[in-house]
Design a protein around this ligand. Structure first.
Ligand code: GDP
Length: 296
């Protein structure tokens, strides 16, 4: 069991008691604990370093007010900075496009793109009253197309059929035409992922992006991949003008450090989190809740 940060800091807090200000010397040990807590939560090392420097800047010279102890004051600073870094508020999807508003799903194989496409379709229908069309451009794994078809059927969402002999761009453009003709508000495009970042995958999704001009390009990433999430996020962020992130599998053991890393590396808001395998397991992202989770 990980102790939460407040408990971990309690010994240090005692030493700080009675001091009126946070200073370089009196917060050093406490910052070391914060650094450890972040690393244990799987935040990537360079992100931790940058974050600690920020917290130090924000904390130094702060007066410790009233009956607050310096340790608590520092936790307050850490919490505020974490929340600020992750975007302060929830960023909603932007669907302000001439219909259909296109949402392009990008990410590695197994990240949760197909599952999240289905969840998002359900959420947009139920919460935003949108008419949604789902399409898969994964021509490498026929099972992937079938997986989305079955999901669409289960959710009673419209599905545009495709098959492995077609080109991803042709599928996407045909689905777009169909959505326009049939007055769909939103077209969600599921794409092929690989087990690791490779050039062919990036070239293909860039082409899809150029052809579709999506209003939302969402990077789907598995929270359990911790440190690796940074490299993947960087590769996708460099290749595509991402508009947001879906962080999946937060129902697992992941402490959520990937949220901080991915946000920092892409500079893009996390819009949703995946919290179960089930179709209703997609929730709006809340920075302050994630800050709590990361701090343990
Ligand atoms: P894709 O290859 O990116 O399309 O990934 P899939 O959508 O096929 O998901 C891979 C696996 O992760 C599947 O077994 C999903 O059920 C599972 N999965 C996706 N999102 C979540 C989530 O938020 N929580 C859990 N527990 N499992 C998830």
């Amino acid at each position: 069991m990980l102790d939460n940060l407040t408990q971990r800091l309690s010994g240090i807090v005692k030493n700080l008691r009675g001091q009126a200000r946070l200073t370089e010397s009196n917060i050093q040990d406490a910052l070391r604990e914060v650094r450890l807590a972040l690393l244990e939560a799987d935040v990537a090392l360079p992100v931790v370093k940058e974050f600690i420097a920020k917290v130090k800047d924000a904390a130094l010279g702060q007066e410790v007010i009233g009956n607050l102890q310096p340790g608590q004051a520092l936790i307050g600073v850490v919490n505020r900075e974490l929340t600020k870094l992750m975007g302060e508020h929830n960023d909603a999807l932007n669907l302000a496009a001439v219909p259909p508003a296109v949402i392009l799903m990008a990410g590695l194989q197994g990240a949760g793109k197909t599952t999240s496409s289905g969840k998002l379709a359900k959420l947009l229908r139920e919460q935003n009253k949108k008419k949604v069309l789902l399409v898969s451009c994964d021509v490498y794994r026929p099972a992937a197309i079938e997986q989305l078809r079955m999901l669409a059927q289960q959710l009673d969402v419209d599905f545009f059929p495709s098959d492995a002999s077609q080109k991803p761009q042709d599928i996407a453009l045909a689905a777009h035409d169909f959505a326009k003709k049939h007055h769909h508000d939103v077209l969600i495009v599921d794409t092929a992922g690989r087990l690791a970042v490779d050039e062919a995958m990036m070239a293909e999704i860039k082409d899809l992006h150029a052809a579709l001009k999506p209003i939302e390009t969402l990077f789907v990433v598995d929270a359990m991949t911790g440190q690796d999430a940074v490299n993947t996020a960087k590769a996708f962020g460099d290749a595509l003008p991402l508009t947001g992130v879906i962080l999946t599998k937060l129902d697992g053991d992941a402490r959520g450090g990937a949220a901080l890393s991915v946000r920092q590396v892409t500079g893009k808001p996390i819009k949703f989190v995946g919290v179960s395998e089930k179709p209703n397991g997609l929730e709006a992202f809340h920075p302050e809740r994630m800050a709590q989770r990361i701090l343990g």
